[in-house]
Design a protein around this ligand. Structure first.
Ligand code: PLP
Length: 235
C-alpha cells in the first residue's frame, strides 16, 4: 500500500505534468489536501511530507483536529457554509471556498468587521445550473457582482465550482472551461482582478489545471477512499 507521502509525491508530479502541458508554472497551482473524515494522525503524516494546506467541510469535525495539530497548517473550508457556523469558521479558516449567495457574503462581511478579520473567499458558481447544487447561477452572479465587489472586509479571490459528476474526467473539461470564460468576462466587465479558480478533485484535477484551476481540492488520491459520506459535503 502506498503511504500518504508516496501519494503526495505522485499527485505533485501529476500537477507539474498538467502545468507543463499547458505552459503554466507549477507554482501557479495550490494543492489543498482534503482531510474530511481523516484522522489528525494521517494529517500530521501529510504535513511531515511537506503538505501545509488542508481542506475540511464540517466545522465541528475540523475544530477538534485543528486543535490537535501544529499552528503552521493552513485550513481551507470547502463545505457548504451554514449561516450559524460563520462566526466559528472565520477565526480558524484562512480561505472559505463556497460562499453561495449575496446574503451569505453580506453576512460574512458584517461578521468579519465585528471580529476584526479580512477573510479570503471564493464565490461558488453552479456552472451547469443543476437543481440540486448550491452556488450562484451565472446570470445572477453577473447581476449581483457589483454589490459583491462593494462588500468591505472580504477579499474575493475568484470562483469555485463543482461540475456535474461524470464517468470520465475529460467530460468535465467543458464546465471548467466555462467557469474560466465566465471569470474572464466578469473581470473585463467589472474591471477587476479575480485571479483564482478553485476547481478539480481527485478524479479530474489534471483536466481542471489544464483549464486554469489555481486551487485543486484533492482528498482520496492522497488519503485513500473515505469510509462514509460527510454531512456538509457539497454536490
Ligand atoms: C470531498 C471534497 C473534495 C475531495 O474529493 P476527492 O474526490 O476525495 O478528491 C473536493 N471538494 C469538495 C467540495 C469536497 O467536498
Amino acid at each position: 500500500m502506498p503511504t500518504v507521502a508516496d501519494n503526495l509525491v505522485a499527485v505533485r508530479k501529476r500537477i507539474s505534468a498538467a502545468c507543463s502541458r499547458v505552459g503554466r508554472c507549477t507554482d501557479s497551482v495550490e494543492l489543498i489536501a482534503v482531510s474530511k473524515t481523516i484522522s489528525a494522525e494521517l494529517i500530521r503524516e501529510a504535513y511531515t511530507a511537506g503538505q501545509t494546506r488542508f481542506g475540511e467541510s464540517r466545522q465541528q469535525e475540523a475544530s477538534v483536529k485543528i486543535a490537535e495539530l501544529p499552528a503552521a497548517l493552513s485550513w481551507h473550508f470547502i463545505g457548504r457554509v451554514q449561516r450559524n457556523k460563520v462566526r466559528k469558521l472565520l477565526p480558524v479558516f484562512d480561505v472559505i471556498h463556497a460562499i453561495d449567495s449575496l446574503r451569505l457574503a453580506t453576512y460574512t462581511a458584517e461578521l468579519a468587521a465585528e471580529l476584526g478579520l479580512f477573510p479570503k473567499v471564493f464565490l461558488q458558481v453552479n456552472v451547469a445550473g443543476e437543481a440540486a447544487k448550491g452556488g450562484f447561477e451565472p446570470a445572477s452572479l453577473r447581476s449581483e457582482m457589483e454589490e459583491l465587489l462593494d462588500l468591505p472586509r472580504i477579499e474575493i479571490l475568484g470562483f469555485m465550482t463543482l461540475p456535474p459528476a461524470t464517468a470520465d474526467a475529460g467530460d468535465a473539461r467543458p464546465w471548467f472551461a466555462r467557469m474560466r470564460e465566465l471569470r474572464d468576462s466578469l473581470e473585463r466587465e467589472f474591471g477587476v482582478c479575480l485571479p483564482s479558480l478553485s476547481m478539480g478533485m481527485s478524479g479530474d484535477y489534471e483536466v481542471a489545471i489544464e483549464e486554469g484551476a489555481t486551487h485543486v481540492r484533492v482528498g482520496s488520491a492522497i488519503f485513500g477512499s473515505r469510509a462514509y459520506h460527510v454531512e456538509g459535503e457539497l454536490g
